[in-house]
Ligand binder design. Sequence first.
Ligand code: GLA
Length: 646
Amino acid sequence: MKYSRKATAALLSGVLALAGMPVLEPSAAEGDLLVTDFEDGDVKAFSKRGDDDTSVIASCTEDAHGGTSCMSVTERSQGWNGPSVSLESLGCKPGVQYLATAWVKMKWYNTVRLSMQYTDEDGEQHYDNLAQIKSDGKWVQIPETKFSFTTGMKDVSIYIEGDDKADMWVDDFSLTAAPVYPIQEDIPGLKDVYADYFKIGGAVTAKELSPKSTQDLILKHYNSITLGNELKPENMLDMKATLAYYEETGDNTVPKVKLNGAAKIILDFCREHNIPVRGHVLVWYSQTPYWFFTDDYTKEGKLVDEKTMLKRMENYIKGVFEALEAEYSDVDFYAWDVVNEAWEDGGTPRLKGKYEDSNGSSAWVAIFGDNSFIEPAFEYARKYAPKGTKLYYNDYNEYMQGKQEAIIKMATDLKAKGLIDGIGLQSHLNCTNNATTDPFPYAQQYESALKKYTELGLDLQITELDVTYDKSVANGEKLQAKYYSDIMDAIVKYKDYISAVVFWGTTDDQSWRASQNPLLFDEKYQAKPCFDSIIDGISYTTTASTATTKKTTESTSETTETTTKSTETTVSSEKSSVSEPTLRGDVNCDKTVDVSDAVLLARFVAEDAGADITETGKLNADADGKNGLTGDDVVTILRIIAKLET
Ligand code: GLA
């Protein structure tokens, strides 16, 4: 019997259904919610954004993008004026992912934005930009954008706005439920692969955590979580309570702190699944409101003096740890970034100024004159952090020589005073650079920086790993896989100094660098070649009883170079050592033959890129004894499971 790809896919669906597993084909959660080409002249689903919005929204038959009608938005008096759609009125639900796109034309050169508005539990309004594109008087498409919202977010709407009040036209608007993709259950969990080396973690935001597939992905691969934004000062500071306390007491040294709903969503998840947390971040020039630094807690106020700021800093740090202790004392905050990104690449402090000025300026430096705020930050963190929480200095471009020297000098001083436990190396890397195939940094440069940091005698954590590639470079994804592999080789080489490797995100589409696909999983939760390349070279033996994987390193040369660990690692290259089948039908080599073997093989035959089978697995998979892996082998395995043959 011959199987076409299509027939094999059908067979695969059958096998998955048999196994009670979700099918791989996407299934729309709720279908189309609002899809209109405006040909019927109906624009009722769209409204202006409240009473202060002067937009006039109407049907228009002049120069539509498709057909003869579109929607016009005229008489806008502000950039933020524009057509808005209430998600609740369409029946949208928290935790579901949606896709939105539209064609838009602005009268003059303008940036068009698709944004989301919502009210939080405290009644405060928030505005998030979801996508943007430039229109210079011509029709442009707002790229299809995935988004979701969480429980606790009320009056959620999406809307289209521009830079200024120019007229706007909208056509072919589409808001649909995003397809739901299950994760791959038959690939090894990264946290298991690296169990003997270091924790494997990921950063996640509350919104990103909503879909079940993202939760499944995290549970399978990560044993450390970093909250992407929710513990940063801009989200922990409670401006209203801070002002109220100041007005009541006249004391302007006590910023008040409050755990926001979004942080709780992630922390509840960590508690429920017993996942340790990296706290991120206490003192940073960015994502810290300017009012935190001024005498009257307003954006316009004068910067306070050093003494006042030190008290504020102490009270803030104390407040953060107290708020977490009050509600999450049972969550393991095993690490905290105390100070983030204080050094410029050349090794000098940041410029004095407001971070809102977007030139990387720091209000901390504006007040202290230099980086002398770092040491007290560590002192206070040491004083108030729970016992057992390790304290880190965290930075990017950690391989740039000037910055590296500054960090090493600072850390040496802090270490001598017992204030610091480790360095967080963010590792936002680029495997291709400016449309060339030159990576930045070169893997050797990264490795020699790692080596330098190991000499500090402090713990190291890779805290925000992601690797972009330029999609216009031929073979970009392959280059990314190779580069990821080289970087991971360097990390493994220094594994005795490294306690966690954390990726900055989950799937490519949710990354802050989404357009350059920097993560291990694509938007369909499928492992990319870079996933394979970082576990390749590490062999696993699966213990049937626990179904977890245990690895041994492939090459001895690397382990002998690491100084502090004994030579306990066994040399076991799976590829070279196995040439015999171990159990007929045991495709995933877990020493049993069950439906997961049939599923894995069916996917492999259907050329599903994520269906990886080891060399031994392939030998086992040839169940009908004829050369080549086909649908017949799948059928034979199903017969073995059904005990129709042995
Ligand atoms: C920096 C910060 C992180 C995060 C990333 C980008 O590296 O440390 O908190 O903001 O940028 O998302």
